[in-house]
Design a protein around this ligand. Structure first.
Ligand code: UDP
Ligand code: MG
Length: 322
């Protein structure tokens, strides 16, 4: 089956580049970020548009955006009804962007706009359809954030085969890659993993993660765990296979214990075995719970997909288009 995608790129007025900026409670730094961004864009890519997606901010992000909109005619904004999460904000941006290439970047200044010319170069030269900014240093992150990132990436590599180490959402996608992502029917999305999955020719460009302009990171350990569960259950059935292997291991262990029990019964040796019994009960008890937990995670993922609710709802846009 072929999927026909109505692509905004057929639009002759499509700009060369669309920049998508998810923003949640970024009121304090958004004006400074946009100032930096437009300065770089004017120099390296005059045909551009910028979409800021206000992901249900509870601060003055939207008011600030409206003010900035007067200053920058190529700035546009979408406001969600509530906080739907960064993945939903990226998706909304991809749906609105009309550019022949699209860059996704954070609103907090951690993804330096100065890198844009380097992201554009391999794409303009036709060498890559995806240009991924790759974190060289995480100097601005605390140790908790670094340990979290390390565990998250290891787990993802082990269970899904996607190497996300040092990768970030800061990346340029060619229109063909954007259209491919938009054609995915799934509701639960994991942008970074999905772009790697497409397999389009990719180049990497290194960058140092800058400190935030203002505010704190919105990603706690809990959110990262949720992202990992989504990422794993959406990309891999390995955990289900692991439960099966655990089951086989358990059967073999149980068989060996049976032989031992029969042997001691025949030899009429003392009825010990309390310790081994406890170990077996505890082991299989927890293995059962683990298995049910993993099945539950997949079931939850299926439930989300089957409900097929919209991934976000829009409250208003800055410049309602035609
Ligand atoms: N963000 C968002 N919705 C959320 C959380 C974060 O749109 O629910 C945005 C946030 O405003 C920022 C980007 O996603 O532009 C990255 O978030 P953050 O800086 O908190 O993450 P970190 O840099 O620590 O990974
Ligand atoms: Mg950040």
């Amino acid at each position: 089956m072929t999927t026909v995608v109505a692509s905004p790129a057929h639009d002759a007025r499509a700009p060369e580049l669309s920049v998508i900026v998810p923003a949640f409670n970024e009121g304090a730094g958004i004006a400074m970020f946009l100032g930096r961004l437009f300065e770089v864009l004017r120099a390296c890519c005059p045909e551009h548009e910028v979409w800021v997606i206000d992901d249900g901010s509870r601060d003055d992000t939207w008011t600030r955006l409206r003010e900035e909109c007067i200053r920058y005619p190529r700035l546009d904004g979408v406001r969600f009804t509530r906080n739907f999460g960064k993945e939903a904000a990226i998706l909304a941006g991809l749906r609105h962007a009309r550019g022949r290439a699209v860059v996704v970047m954070d609103a907090d200044g951690q993804h330096p706009p100065a890198l844009l010319p380097q992201l554009l170069e391999p794409w303009r030269a036709g060498r890559a359809r995806i240009v991924a900014a790759h974190k060289v240093a995480r100097t601005s992150d605390g140790w908790v954030a670094r340990v979290n990132a390390l565990l998250f990436n290891r787990l993802m590599l082990m269970l899904t085969g996607l190497d996300l180490s040092a990768s970030s959402d800061f990346r340029l996608l060619d229109r063909s890659a954007v259209d491919a992502l938009l054609a995915f029917p799934e509701k639960v999305r994991f942008f970074r993993g999905m772009t790697v999955w497409t397999g389009f020719p990719t180049e990497r460009v290194g960058f140092d993660v800058a400190p935030r302009i203002a505010g704190d990171s919105r990603w706690g350990t809990g959110q990262l765990i949720r992202l990992a569960v989504t990422g794993i259950t959406a990309y891999s059935a390995k955990p289900l296979g692991m439960i099966f292997k655990l089951g086989v291991f358990g059967m073999v262990a149980a068989l060996l214990l049976l032989i031992q029990a029969l042997y001691s019964w025949f030899t009429e040796s003392a009825v010990s075995g309390w310790t081994s019994l406890t170990v077996v009960v505890l082991f299989f008890g927890s293995a059962n719970l683990l298995g049910i937990g993993v099945l539950g995670a997949y079931l939850a993922q299926l439930f989300e997909e089957i409900k097929a609710r919209p991934p976000f709802l829009i409250r208003e846009t800055l410049r309602p288009h035609d």
